[in-house]
Design a protein around this ligand. Structure first.
Ligand SMILES: [Zn+2]
Length: 384
């Protein structure tokens, strides 16, 4: 009997070792696939673009050392440098429902808790959404600290301007900023916003895949608008110079924000119904209202956003937005590492430049779209 218990314990231990050693990386690899895994040539024009930027990447969700190069997933520091990507916003995903879809989700399940368990993160991460979100923020600061000066986190205008100046002299630098997908990580407490502000979060998407206490999601059960608490939240965000991100927000939430809030907004990763019609994407009226708010629209790379996955599909949506609200209000919002399949990882950005050239954009317009607009938006809207 004792022998049997010993054998059973050994088998359980072995299964646990195999699970915890391979499951997190297996999930990362299988959920962040790319079609093309090759070296993409960069021409002299591409290399000359001084500030390539992207509004949305979920790399911090995965158990990956950002400082090392990987042959899976979409973004890490060596690949950012290889791609001449100057600035990447890293967004915090803190709770996602099982059976995630763009039509209807409730908040009863929590896949990120399971992922954090499989990643062997400290138990506080399994049970507190706020803790796991703040820990992801801290991870980015730790990566910066250990990068030998190659990577920095931008939190205000002064740091951004300094970085722009430094990068003129040295292209071998990269920077990140923090954003949040879903204000549910505030755990219903408005004052928790202060902690995220201190941690460097500079935009917040009010909802992710389910309705929360602040606002309705495009993919929630009820899809309502801003709640009373949500109205307080956008006021406090404005006071702290944290930009509102309307990605994943319900139609009613988008209308409420655009009606009640005079300041700028962004849509960090989206597409437009005029090119690809589904309830995740923006209508022409919403686009125009965002334009009037001097906002910014980040165009994504994934299938449900663009009705296609290649660079040409992304460029087509960029053309649509530029024609509707101006070439100064559109940028990239790849959603790299957001549990999506893409045509290429970050090193494939030169393909987007080629596709934009085929759409007839001039070189200076391409410089704006590839990052100049994002740079200028945050130079205007970050805290001093
Ligand atoms: Zn998203």
């Amino acid at each position: 009997m004792k022998k049997l218990i010993k054998i059973a314990s050994a088998i359980v231990l072995l299964i646990a070792i195999i699970f915890f050693s391979f499951a997190p990386q297996y999930l990362d690899k299988s959920m962040n696939k790319v079609v093309l895994r090759e070296t993409f040539p960069k021409n002299s024009f591409y290399n000359s673009i001084s500030f390539i930027a992207d509004l949305h990447c979920d790399a911090l969700l995965w158990d990956r050392n950002f400082l090392n190069q990987h042959d899976y997933g979409h973004v890490d520091l060596p690949r950012m440098l290889q791609a001449n990507l100057a600035f990447q916003v890293f967004t915090i995903v803190s709770k996602t429902p099982r059976g995630i879809n763009i039509e209807k989700n409730d908040d009863h399940t929590d896949q990120v808790a399971l992922l954090n368990f499989a990643q062997l993160k400290a138990p506080a991460n399994w049970f507190s959404i706020k803790t796991r979100a703040l820990n992801q923020c801290n991870d980015l600061h730790d990566f910066a600290q250990n990068s030998n000066g190659k990577f920095r986190v931008i939190t205000n205008k002064k740091e951004l301007q300094q970085y722009i100046d430094d990068r003129q002299k040295n292209h071998n630098l990269a920077a990140g900023m923090l954003g949040i997908e879903g204000a549910h990580c505030l755990e219903t407490e408005l004052n928790n916003l202060d902690e995220f502000s201190k941690a460097g979060v500079r935009y917040i998407g009010l909802t992710h895949f389910f309705d929360n206490e602040w606002a309705g999601s495009a993919h929630g059960m009820k899809k309502e608008g801003l709640t009373e608490k949500g109205k307080q939240l956008i006021k406090k965000m404005t006071d702290l110079h944290i930009t509102i991100d309307l990605a994943h927000a319900s139609q009613k939430t988008i209308s409420d924000v655009l009606r009640l809030h005079n300041g700028p907004v962004l849509v960090s990763h989206t597409r437009v119904k005029g090119v690809c019609d589904n309830n995740r994407n923006l209508t022409d009226e919403q686009l125009i209202a965002i334009g009037k708010h001097n906002g910014l629209v980040g165009i994504g790379l994934w299938e449900t956003a663009v009705c296609g996955t290649d660079a040409a599909a992304t460029a087509k949506s960029i053309r649509y937005v530029a024609d509707k609200i101006g070439v100064d209000k559109v940028g990239l919002g790849s959603d790299f590492d957001g549990a999506i399949g893409t045509h290429f990882d970050v090193t494939g950005l030169p393909l987007i430049v080629t596709a934009l050239q085929k759409e007839g954009f001039t070189k200076s317009e391409i410089e704006q779209i590839m990052g100049g607009n994002i740079r200028d938006f945050f130079l205007r809207n970050l805290p001093d």
